[in-house]
Design a protein around this ligand. Sequence first.
Ligand code: NAP
Length: 355
Amino acid sequence: MTYRVIQWGTGAVGVEALAAVLDDRPDLDLVGVRVYSDAKDGVDVGELLGRPPVGVLATTDVEAILGLDADCVIYTPRITNLEDVCALLAGGKNVVTTAFLFHPRRLPDADRERLLAACTAGGTTVHGGGLNPGNLSGALPLVLSGMSRRIDKITLQERADWSDYDSTHITFDNMSFGRPVDEIRVDGTEFLAFNNELFSEQVWLLADALGADIDEVTSSVEAVPARHDHQIFDHVLTAGTTAGQRWNWVGVRDGEPLIEIETLWTVGNEYPDQWPRPKHGWTLTIEGDPSMQTHFFSLASFTREATMAEHVRAANVATAMQVLNAVPEVCDAEPGFATLATLPLIRSHTGFRRQ
Ligand SMILES: NC(=O)c1ccc[n+]([C@@H]2O[C@H](COP(=O)([O-])OP(=O)(O)OC[C@H]3O[C@@H](n4cnc5c(N)ncnc54)[C@H](OP(=O)(O)O)[C@@H]3O)[C@@H](O)[C@H]2O)c1
C-alpha cells in the first residue's frame, strides 16, 4: 500500500523526514510541501535539500496544501496552529506531528472538542510523537513497565546543552534563552506556557496509561544566568541573561510525586553547580519492584568519526523518524486521537534494509 504524504515545515526536523520519504520509503509518495519563508516558495523540494529536482514544489499557500489529495501530513512547524491542523483533519488528511498533541485527551476542553470534531468530520486520526516529548517519555517507560510488578515512581531526566542546536529560532525566540532570567516562568510567554503544557500532557499520558490516578501535574522552572558571553551561531548570548533552564513537571497523587519529567537545559555549556548531574542525554528511572534505570543517548555513530553537526543531527533524525515510522499505523487507526500508549509499537520500516 502507498500513502500520499505532505511535509509541513522544512526546518531541522522536517528535512530529515523529507529525505527519508524521498530516499528510503517507496511506500510514501510525496505530494506536497508547506514552507513559511518566501525564499522557499515555489522552490523544488530537491533543491531545498541540496540535490537534483524531484518535481514537487514547496509552497507557502495553505489553501493549495489543503486542496491536495493526501493520506497524511507530517506536521513539523516551529509554531503550531490548531486551526490549520483541524482543517487538515476535517479535509480527510491524517496528521502526525513532532510539535504538539502528544495526549490530546488532556487538552483544554474547547481545543479537544474542536480537534475531535475535525477528526470525526474527516474520518482521520492525529498523533504527536518524537524523542522527548515522544518515545523516551511515552513509549520507553511503557515498554519497561511491562517488567514491573509495582511502580512507586517514574522519573525522566533530560540533560542537554543546546549550543549546537541550529534551530536558533527555537532556542532564542521560542524558549527565551538570552532573555532576562525573571522572564522565564512557566507562563512567562505564550511559548513557555505552550512548552509547559506539552510536558504536562506527557506526564498525564503516562499517568493515564498506567492507572496512576493522579490529582494534578505541577510545574516549575528555574532560570540561571550566563557568567560569560557566548556566540551561538549568529546570536550572542550575553552574560547575565538566561543560559540555563531547569523545568520540572510532577504528577501528584495525594500529595505524593509519582511521575516526574525534569529537563536540565543549558546554552553556552555553563552547567550550574546546584543542579543534579545525570549523564548527558536521557535517564529514565522506574522505582518499584523491580527498580530499573536506563540511559539513552543518540549520536551519528558510536564507531566512526563524525562531526559535532552530524551528532546534533542525530536527535533530529530520531525525532522525525518516530513520527514518520508511525504514518501507516496512524492512517490505519480508528478516527480520533492516537498516542504512543494506544498505537501498536512503532518500529523502523527501513532499519535493516539492504543498501
Ligand atoms: N518531540 C520532540 O522530541 C521534538 C524534538 C525537536 C523538535 N521538536 C519540535 O518539532 C518542530 C520542528 O522543529 P525544528 O527543529 O525542525 O524547527 P526549525 O528548524 O526551527 O524549523 C521549523 C519550521 O518552522 C517554520 N516556520 C517559520 N516561521 C514560522 C511560523 N511563523 N510559524 C510556524 N512555523 C514557522 C520554518 O519554515 P521555513 O523554513 O519555510 O521558514 C521551518 O520549516 C518544532 O515544533 C519543535 O519544537 C520536537
